[in-house]
Design a protein around this ligand. Structure first.
Ligand code: ADP
Length: 367
């Protein structure tokens, strides 16, 4: 039997369509290092984000299709990712080595914005991405507590330029206002000082190469949040809300804020959406009502990214520096965050790829 040709392998793979791009993985150039050695075929599939939720499905289909070709005895598939970068706008040069900046916003405090930011960051990291997190919540920096790190970062000097070295916590690069504010910092100079620091956090922190920088924004749409959205080269934003605080007005304000600075809103996340009692795993209580997050998203014409249940382990882990994604990775909450992180990563990849495809991917630009 004549040896299998590379073109035959590509033809076999061509029907595999990336749902985000609506195109074949072959035409998208995802197939790399294709080799045919006798009856052995090997290749890599290079995705646009390591957090791709259809990763294993692609791998399964690719193996199956190539193995079905006559003359193929063995197929080796390596799954890799080259995260696409999409930070846009005039501030792009502020973070040249950061591929994507994801802002996590909320209309009000206390809805789980910081919890969401940290767990999305850790989910992206667990998928294999290089991730940093910037706690820009000037009113209540909570990352030091949530991640169990609190020390003053060191400053290094290179080529006459000073930069702050982010702390490392659970594999994330972390920077927080909290590392610089002491309990006895006079409240009166806290405001201006923290605003100055935020600017520095973007330009003077040695973030290094990152696939994603997650920014935990200050709550609401006041000055602090607005300043940040203007200063940072944000690729996309998510808005966190809760079922008992499903204020369309607040969410709309958030959308308007991002609209002003041309930042695409990737969608809405409903936190604390329902409760499943640990001793009654078949029951699901929508304590604050059902489907509200979805309705608000529909009303505002943005994507609904998913709901995250209530779990007391989120609170316990928050107090001990053990985020639930690390502490209880099999919990429904951790799974929800992982799934939302995957969706967000895909949306960012599509955004980064090029303009016209954005509409196909159902990503909302507020205009
Ligand atoms: P924000 O950043 O919006 O102010 P936090 O992330 O600090 O909110 O969360 C507020 C409180 O709610 C914290 O005590 C946190 O542990 C708790 N919390 C957040 N999400 C959940 C959840 N899904 N289940 C249970 N408690 C949660």
């Amino acid at each position: 039997m004549s040896q299998i040709q590379e073109a035959q392998v590509l033809d076999a793979l061509r029907p595999i369509i990336d749902p985000d791009f609506g195109k074949s993985i072959v035409d998208l150039g995802f197939i790399k290092e294709l080799r045919v050695e006798g009856e052995h075929v090997s290749f890599a599939i290079e995705l646009t984000t390591p957090a791709c939720p259809v990763k294993s499905e692609f791998e399964r289909q690719a193996k199956e299709r190539v193995a079905a070709l006559p003359g193929v005895a063995e197929v080796s598939v390596t799954m890799t990712a080259q995260t696409r970068g999409g930070a846009v706008g005039p501030e792009r040069e502020a973070l040249p080595h950061v591929k994507n900046v994801l802002a996590v916003a909320s209309g009000k405090g206390g809805v789980g914005k910081s919890t969401t930011a940290i767990n999305l960051a850790l989910s992206l990291k667990a998928a294999g991405a290089r991730v940093g997190i910037l706690d820009a919540d000037v009113y209540g920096p909570s990352l030091p507590l949530l991640l169990g790190v609190n020390q003053r970062p060191v400053t290094v000097e290179k080529g006459g330029r000073k930069s702050i070295v982010p702390l490392d916590a659970q594999g994330l690069k972390v920077m927080s206002m909290g590392f610089f504010i002491t309990d006895d910092s006079p409240v009166i100079w806290r405001g201006p000082m923290v605003h100055g620091l935020i600017g520095q956090f973007l330009t003077d922190v040695a973030w290094g190469e990152l696939d994603y920088l997650v920014i935990d924004l200050p709550p609401g749409t006041g000055d602090a949040a607005l300043t940040l959205t203007q200063k940072a080269p944000i690729s996309g934003a998510v808005i966190v809300t809760t079922a008992n605080d499903l204020s369309v007005i607040d969410a709309r304000k958030g959308l308007k804020m991002f609209e002003k600075v041309d930042v695409p809103v990737l969608g809405i996340i409903e936190n604390m959406a329902y409760f499943v009692p640990p001793d009654l795993p078949d029951r699901k209580y929508h304590i604050f009502g059902e489907g509200g997050g979805k309705r608000v998203a529909e009303e505002l014409g943005v994507a609904f990214l998913g709901e995250v249940p209530i779990d007391t382990r989120v609170v316990e882990g928050g107090d001990t520096g053990q985020p639930i994604v690390v502490h209880a990775p099999d919990s429904d909450v951790a799974r929800a965050f992982a799934s939302i992180a995957g969706t967000v990563a895909r949306k960012l990849a599509v955004l980064a790829s090029d303009g016209p495809k954005v509409a196909d991917a159902n990503i909302t630009w507020v205009s």
